[in-house]
Design a protein around this ligand. Structure first.
Ligand SMILES: Cc1ncc(COP(=O)(O)O)c(C=O)c1O
Length: 470
């Protein structure tokens, strides 16, 4: 995957270096300019990349040379095994959604939208403005830039019904992405060794954050309609848990969206048990057929702790999210955030605020819904036409994923490997189950690059499945 010509030239020279003896001289800059039909600045940037990677060294006035490798001894780090002891998170699970792949692959695994779905012009403009502002040198308050806190609070207030007190800007704590907010919420509201109820299946990153916080994850079954209040009540009673992590809108991975009666039922159970609902509104900007109204707008008693991220919708480089909480919960969350990282880069906060307050942002998110609809429908048609072995129970009304059931038995590990060999990267559903998976599932993401390849991708999955049936 090459972002620019310099990276492409550096990659090509890396192959040359791999075959060259130590000390060999690279062709001159002038020769490289001719060979790659590139400008001298581009070639020099490629050489700087190789120098930074420790592959070449430049001798001023003489040239650039393949670095002499001084030490090829294999080190023995065995002592660390004794020093570190048993890992706290022994599962060693792999999470496919973060895998980066070459751009000749058909990528149906990713968790982050493709560049063409981002408001790139707004983001570039915001960075340019922020670079000229005091945000480059100022330290923001630990809870976040006041104007950004106010923006998140106002967004919720705008859809809070009469009779419910909307959150204040001071209820908002800014985080470097909601993954970080989840870790803090689990640490501050649950704590090591204590139970946290989660939907099953649920977001793999939440399982990871819970493991890191030493929290004991307790699955509650959840379907296309969300969890049944009676199942949730039973789990609270059985475990003594005081928190439930959930995604009421366009859940990752299932795409489920709770209807208002179900949401009310869940909230009632949470209140009756004196517990928290940690609401992860990760796909707030990815509504397709509906605009999600957070459950947080129905609660002013401090039961709902609300997470809202801009990372996926503004840019993966602008890792900004908010946690909205009230009362002592908010104080504990802020205290944990301070202990963790003190404050979030003011520059990134200024960029995020700039983007979401531009008139172009609304236009962008409206257009995004239409583009996601086209992609979703394209992938659904491809699955129906070319992957007849898969069952799709939920047409997601928002979000980025389809959750499909495969026939029993399917060897998912083999399927993922075979598809990868044939150029398609898929995410095995097992990664979203906090306990044993209840079936063979795939999460297919429709926001990745090249939607035109969806038919080919699904054909390849189908062929790999057919080979298992033989
Ligand atoms: C459900 C859910 N919550 C949280 C996150 C993390 O978001 P962020 O990028 O803001 O850390 C993700 C990212 O995939 C997600 O799917």
């Amino acid at each position: 995957m090459f972002d620019d010509s310099s990276s492409r030239i550096a990659a090509d020279l890396r192959d040359w270096i791999a075959k060259a003896p130590p000390g060999a001289q690279l062709p001159s800059t002038r020769a490289l300019v001719t060979r790659y039909a590139a400008g001298p600045v581009t070639v020099q940037k490629a050489l700087r990349i190789l120098t930074t990677q420790g592959l070449v060294e430049s001798r001023p006035g003489v040239g650039t040379f393949v670095r002499t490798v001084r030490d090829t001894r294999a080190h023995d780090y065995g002592w660390q095994t004794a020093a570190l002891g048993t890992p706290r998170n022994p599962s060693g699970r792999r999470f496919t959604a973060l895998q980066t792949v070459a751009n000749d692959r058909i990528a149906l695994h990713s968790g982050y939208p493709d560049r063409e779905l981002l408001p790139e012009r707004l983001v570039r403009g915001a960075f340019a403005r922020a670079a000229r502002s005091d945000a480059t040198v100022n330290r923001p308050p630990s809870s976040g830039l006041p104007d950004l806190q106010a923006w998140f609070a106002t967004e919720l207030a705008a859809v809070t019904p009469a009779g419910v007190m909307a959150p204040a800007p001071s209820d908002v704590v800014i985080f470097p992405g909601s993954q970080s907010g989840l870790g803090t919420a689990f640490q501050a509201l649950v704590g090591p060794g204590r139970p946290l109820l989660v939907e099953s299946p649920t977001y793999w990153g939440a399982i990871l954050a819970a493991n890191r916080a030493g929290v004991q994850v307790v699955p509650v079954p959840s379907s296309a309609e969300g969890p049944r209040p009676e199942d949730l009540a039973l789990a609270f009673d059985r475990t003594g848990a005081r928190a439930f992590y959930a995604q009421p809108h366009f859940a990752n991975p299932t795409g489920a969206q709770w209807q208002p009666e179900r949401a009310a039922g869940v909230l009632e159970v949470v209140r009756a048990h004196g517990a928290f609902l940690i609401e992860d509104d990760w796909a707030h900007d990815f509504g397709i057929d509906t605009v999600p109204i957070p459950l947080a707008t129905r609660d002013d008693g401090g039961h709902v702790v609300y997470l809202r991220s801009l990372t996926k919708s503004v840019s993966p480089s602008v890792r900004i999210a908010a946690v909205v909480a009230r009362g002592p919960a908010r104080e504990r969350i802020l205290a944990d955030a301070r202990a963790e990282s003190m404050y979030v880069s003011g520059l990134l906060q200024a960029v995020a605020l700039d983007v979401v307050t531009q008139p172009g942002w609304r236009t962008h998110t409206r257009g995004l819904g239409r583009r996601l609809a086209t992609r979703r429908d394209l992938l659904i048609s491809a699955v129906r036409a070319h992957l007849p072995q898969a069952r799709l129970d939920v047409v997601p009304r928002g979000g980025l994923n389809l959750w499909v059931r495969l026939p029993d038995p399917t060897d998912l590990t083999r399927l993922v490997r075979d598809c990868e060999d044939d150029g398609v990267v898929i995410a095995p559903g097992d990664e979203w189950f906090p306990a044993e998976p209840t079936g063979a599932y795939l999460r297919l993401n429709y926001s990745g690059p090249n939607p035109g390849a969806f038919p080919e991708g699904t054909r390849i999955i189908s062929r790999a499945l057919a080979r298992q049936a033989q």
